[in-house]
Design a protein around this ligand. Structure first.
Ligand code: F0G
Length: 419
């Protein structure tokens, strides 16, 4: 199986361009990377992966941010704002409260548009330029649309975004609007938006930049590379576990691919790979269902609901890439309630780390797994927080304290404070 952690470095096929090609994860068909626009396998419609003849080692990395890792990417540089190099926060009070040896928070909300999507877009828009396509498009629960709009604008390209009507947080629509994306609000959920944009792409109307596009996941690999490098610098080891929120399972797939390539090059031992642990909201948990049942793919949930709108997804398109990653690394998946998500959002905020609800799911999931004894007290853990607090101001207001009206007078203010 091509997605095994210890799969050897593949032989370079004749279709490769400078050591890079596309390969189907289901049937192994191989394709030239930049000759035609292609998102899935021509032969069996399976998911495609970008493959390299020379996987990267630590010594290949130089510089800062996503493009530090260009030895693991299909190009030397891209359309950049720039992105990556996000903080790996210490959170000592939360670490003690949850009860693990080490807890660090990789805050992807500190990217230029406020989410990890920028890492994928810097690569994806570079590929779009290589292919010479016209209009860029995505379906989105919000963050992908904000990133696409900004990177499209940066690259001087037209952008179209399809959003589930009434279910996208205000900050994200504001970004897409100001960066001048054409915004279509669909009377359906994210999965319906993705169905439509895939149809538009199949008809040649748009270039698809959802995480079904294998090049986007290449950029997102750099989250995993940054975590391993920085953690190793601080502790001389790699984390035992990485906990992340899951929607379409793009990040889960991307981090696993990053680790697989390091194992291929000999930069990492297979037993040093962190356990990939996915967290979903209870109302949108098809990946958790698949992990619990040992399935190779998810079953589509038609009705999904959660206040963590970023991960309100019932048909995770990258599940066939992500499920092997969770299994092969000895990880797991767990679902959490909206109340547990809000509690974790407050706990992170109390450490000065402001995140949107979907991001807090990782911490809520870790707490649950620790309470259940699945995560041990001796573990060193990194939780991924995927989006910034300001993405969803309504959720922040709801989770936080209300402002207190006071008269325009110092003594009255002091009286109020003394109450
Ligand atoms: N967290 C946030 C803040 C997100 O915006 C998303 C996905 C995820 C987690 C899930 O990541 O899909 O890699 O498992 N947002 C997409 C969007 C769907 O359209 O912005 P995943």
């Amino acid at each position: 199986m091509s997605l095994e952690l210890t799969a050897p470095t593949p032989e370079e096929p004749s279709v490769a361009d400078d050591g890079t090609w596309l390969e189907c994860i289901e049937c192994g068909a191989q394709f030239a990377p930049f000759e035609d626009v292609r998102y899935t396998c021509d032969d069996c419609d399976g998911l495609l992966e970008v493959r390299y003849a020379t996987p990267p080692t630590w010594d290949d990395f130089d510089g800062r941010g996503v493009w530090r890792y260009n030895a693991a990417l299909p190009f030397e540089e891209g359309v950049s704002l720039p992105e990556g190099a996000t903080p790996l926060h210490e959170v000592p009070r939360l670490e003690a409260a949850i009860g693990v040896e080490t807890l660090r928070i990789k805050h992807e909300g500190m990217n230029p548009t406020g989410s990890f999507k920028d890492r994928g877009m810097t690569v994806g828009v570079r590929v779009a330029k290589e292919l010479g396509v016209g209009r860029l498009a995505c379906a989105s629960t919000g963050n992908t649309s904000a990133a696409l709009a900004a990177y499209g604008a940066r690259g001087g390209m037209e952008t179209l975004v399809l959003l589930p009507s009434g279910k996208v947080a205000a900050g994200k629509i504001a970004q897409a609007a100001l960066h001048d994306a054409r915004i279509l609000e669909v009377d359906g959920n994210f999965d319906s938006c993705l169905d439509i944009v895939q149809d538009l792409a199949a008809r040649g109307e748009v270039y698809l930049l959802n995480s079904l596009n294998p090049f986007r996941l290449e950029g997102q690999k750099t989250i995993g590379l940054e975590i391993l490098e920085e953690f190793h610098e601080d502790y001389g080891t790699y984390p035992d576990r990485i906990v992340l929120p899951v929607g379409n399972a793009g990040n889960t797939s991307a981090l696993y691919k990053a680790f697989r390539e390091l194992v291929q090059s000999g930069a990492l031992d297979a037993d040093e790979v962190p356990k990939l642990t996915g967290v979903q909201a209870e109302g949108a948990a098809p990946m958790v269902e698949a992990v619990e049942n040992g399935w190779d793919d998810t079953k589509r949930w038609d009705d999904v609901e959660t206040k963590a709108t970023a991960i309100r997804i019932g048909n995770p398109v990258n599940a066939p890439k992500a499920l092997p990653g969770i299994r092969e690394t000895g990880g797991t998946a767990v679902s959490v309630s909206d109340e547990e998500i809000t509690e974790a959002q407050r706990d992170l905020a109390a450490e000065g780390v402001g995140v949107e609800p979907a991001s807090a799911a990782s911490v809520a999931g870790l707490r649950k797994l620790r309470n259940e004894g699945v995560v041990g007290e001796d573990e060193q853990v990194v939780c991924l927080t995927t989006g910034h607090l300001l993405k969803d101001p309504d959720a922040a207001f709801e989770a936080g304290d209300d402002p207190e009206p006071v008269p325009n007078d110092t003594d009255a203010v002091l009286d109020h404070l003394a109450e």
